[in-house]
Design a protein around this ligand. Structure first.
Ligand SMILES: [Zn+2]
Length: 742
């Protein structure tokens, strides 16, 4: 379970019967609004978090579905979750709920920052005004408070770096300074990230802060809160936030109603997209300086219109003459109308643009399209007069890292992959090898790993790295550790033209996202191990990179019992008898969660931790743990039974001790191992095989919840005899004599 699971479960379908609402299979339908009772209520779902939210076109009520349910039922949101899980017999883990509460808190803190910033706008300081003037965004300062709140205050706000630190956990400011924030909304109450403008860049400068990765901002829309006041069926969409805000602010100077313009961030891939459903029924007009694959893609799939003309800001952030001229001499509404007049269907827009574009621009667009989506590539190619454009090597543009100030970038560099190396667009070698990230492994606890390789000539050097550690420094060490010294220099580790090889790798080849495993043992359906999963009587191999590092338990993919093993486990030595006894204890312990009974710890009755005990533990793949909290459903070893009783959190442990202190500590499986004559060399080399064989067969059977633990142990004994029917049952009976419950 994860946050995604909570959002996936807490949905309209599940909540409707509890709330007494009409069931529906289509979320886009208009439903009866619980607030104003008109049939103008819609449910939406976030593309990324799966969270559902609602909005009424009549009374304008909006919020998350969960908050609405809490409101209707008079419960807290967490209470609603537990109510739903009881109603449908789900169980959310405590840590999932904690994760949920944490995510909610983060989301609230983003929104709080926004509310404060917006409310501060009418009483902004001189410094803020200076900042706005520098951006040419200050047209509204003469307006009264109410109009500022209803207009500019829905689009941007003023704050300071201390607040960014508090609410966004954004560090990197040396001293307190005023900032302007423009939020990007994924829904009316969820903010994906902010565009932050600081005085350090006296002109407009990009510096994005997002709730997640910056690229997630692709799902957000700036200006969304003004949507209700758009008096048009057309919405102008542009990634040129600066132009959008400027035009809007100029318009507010004389108009109460906003211009129907929204801003978005150009996505890197087709699956990232703003919530177009919010704009359902409106005609989308994309206004950009130049076509990119993302613009064409979204215009195509929304039957949108495009214009690649009009005033723009060039890459050096200097406003073009034309733009200044337009803004100084024409009313905002007339500029808006002029932009609309230039709008044409996407294929016509691209055709016109191609007629004037340089060869380099055309190639760039083709490359972009090739990486983005084949339908876009087809469209562009079909509009080319000459078919002679050959797509050269793979190519991405990535920003240079500014190590002194992570908030700003130092420009960008284009990396081209050719003949197994990375070059920049001047032809200089930037990395004498290539890097691939094949998998992004996402663990339930939120950790993420990249799994990939560096390929130098013919050799691949595989790696696994935590996402937060995937930096140049790590790569440098990786190259040195693998003795690929010659590669370190061309990445420009010491130069000011650093770029992130990981970002380049991610964008050249999109990794497959796989769910990671961070828990060994019973997982609800079967048994998870380091490199296999036992389910329905079968052992399925799983790639080891999916499983969290330092996972306990056996590493084995072969569960056939070889003849020497089947012979070995049938001898009647005291050591083998003890192995059977321990196997019984372990199997009863490991399978307890499968029938929903508490887990019993195992105590080997032996006075000291000697070489015999040590060998026995290693043969059953049981090790001590360094972490305090044990989340695995596989036992860890405690060298001191009293410590085990104190520190154990889930009953999965093995320890040893004498009879003396068992009385006080109930819920234990005690196994007699006190015979000092037991010899380590007589312990079969892989005792864990008995356990694995048992678990494998166990998953093929149906089992019922026992009345008590003694029944479970007896049941395990019966099953052990069944699963190992080639073993003389007397051997197992001898082992049973060593085992008792405390
Ligand atoms: Zn309503």
């Amino acid at each position: 379970m994860s946050l995604l699971d909570i959002h996936a479960v807490i949905n309209y379908e599940k909540l409707a019967p509890i709330l007494g609402f009409e069931p529906t299979s289509k979320l886009s339908n208009f439903l009866r609004c619980p607030y104003c009772s008109s049939y103008t209520w819609s449910i939406y779902q976030d593309n990324c978090s799966l969270e559902q939210w609602h909005r009424c076109a009549n009374c304008k009520k909006t919020g998350t579905l969960l908050a609405m349910a809490a409101d209707q039922l008079g419960l807290t949101e967490t209470e609603v979750i537990s109510h739903v899980s009881q109603h449908y017999d789900y169980s959310f883990k405590e840590e999932d709920l904690n994760l949920f509460v944490k995510a909610e808190a983060k989301s609230r803190s983003f929104y709080t920052l926004w509310e404060r910033a917006s409310n501060s706008l009418p009483e902004m300081s001189k410094e803020h005004l200076g900042l706005l003037t520098g951006l040419n965004w200050n047209y509204f300062r003469h307006l009264d408070t109410e109009r500022i709140k209803e207009g500019p205050g829905k689009l941007l706000g003023v704050s300071n770096s201390t607040a960014l630190d508090v609410f966004l956990k954004l560090r990197g400011f040396s001293k307190s300074q005023p900032v302007i924030v423009v939020p990007y909304f994924s829904s009316f109450q969820r903010i994906k990230g902010f565009q932050v403008i600081t005085p350090r860049f006296n002109q407009f400068k990009e510096c994005l802060i997002s709730s997640q990765r910056v690229s997630k901002l692709d799902e957000g829309l700036a200006g969304l809160l003004l949507l209700d006041k758009f008096e048009s069926d057309t919405v102008l969409m542009t990634s040129m936030l600066d132009n959008m805000v400027q035009l809007q602010m100029k318009n507010f100077q004389s108009n109460v109603l906003p211009l129907p313009i929204l801003s978005w961030k150009l996505p890197y891939k087709p699956t990232q997209r703003p919530h177009w459903e919010i704009l359902a029924g409106k005609k989308l007009c994309f206004w950009e300086r130049k076509p990119t694959a993302a613009i064409l893609y979204h215009a195509m799939y929304n039957n949108g219109y495009c214009s690649f003309m009009g005033p723009y800001k060039d890459k050096n952030s200097i406003r073009s003459e034309q733009w200044i001229d337009w803004l100084n001499h024409r009313p905002a509404i007339s500029i808006y109308q002029c932009l609309l007049r230039n709008m044409v269907p996407v294929d016509k827009a691209i055709k016109t643009w191609l007629e004037y574009a340089s060869r380099e621009e055309k190639t760039r667009l083709l490359l972009d399209a090739e990486q983005f989506d084949s339908s876009v590539l087809k469209l562009v190619q079909s509009k080319l007069n000459s078919k002679s454009y050959v797509i050269p090597a793979k190519k991405v543009t990535t920003s240079l890292i500014n190590t002194n100030n992570p908030l700003s970038s130092k420009g960008s560099v284009t990396i081209i992959e050719r003949e197994g190396k990375w070059f920049d667009n001047t032809g200089a070698l930037r990395f004498g090898a290539i890097m691939r990230i094949e998998y992004l492994v996402a663990y339930p606890n939120g950790d993420k790993n990249y799994v990939g390789y560096v390929q130098h000539k013919e050799t691949k050097y595989p790696f696994t790295v935590k996402v937060e550690e995937a930096k140049l420094l790590w790569l440098k060490k990786f190259l040195a550790d693998n003795a690929i010294h010659s590669l370190a220099d061309p990445i420009d580790i010491y130069s000011s033209r650093n770029f992130s090889p990981f970002e380049v790798a991610l964008r050249l080849h999109e990794p497959e996202v796989v769910q990671g495993v961070d828990r060994i043992g019973w997982d609800g359906q079967g048994f998870q191990f380091k490199n296999c999963r036992l389910i329905a009587g079968e052992a399925t191999e799983i790639p080891e990179f999916k499983v969290v590092a330092n996972a306990p338990g056996p590493i084995r993919t072969e569960y056939r019992l070889r003849t020497e093993m089947t012979d070995r486990i049938q001898d009647d030595s005291d050591e083998m008898t003890l192995c059977w006894a321990l196997s019984l204890g372990l199997c009863a312990q490991l399978t307890a969660p499968a029938v929903a009974i508490p887990t019993y710890g195992i105590i080997l009755l032996r006075s000291q931790h000697d070489i015999f005990l040590n060998t026995l533990m290693s043969r059953f793949a049981i090790k001590a743990s360094e972490t305090k909290h044990w989340k695995h459903n596989w036992p860890r070893f405690f060298n001191d039974a009293r410590q085990a009783f104190r520190q154990d959190t889930n009953g999965f442990f093995v320890s040893y001790g004498t009879d003396g202190y068992l009385v006080r500590n109930k819920q234990l499986i005690a196994i007699k191992a006190s015979n000092p004559a037991l010899q380590p060399r007589f312990i079969p080399s892989s005792g864990e095989k008995i356990v694995m064989q048992y678990l494998k067969q166990f998953t093929a059977d149906k089992h019922f919840r026992p009345e008590c633990w003694q029944h479970w142990l007896d049941y395990t004994i019966v099953k052990m005899k069944t699963y190992f029917d080639f073993v003389d049952p007397k051997l197992i009976d001898n082992a049973v004599k060593l085992v008792r419950l405390v």
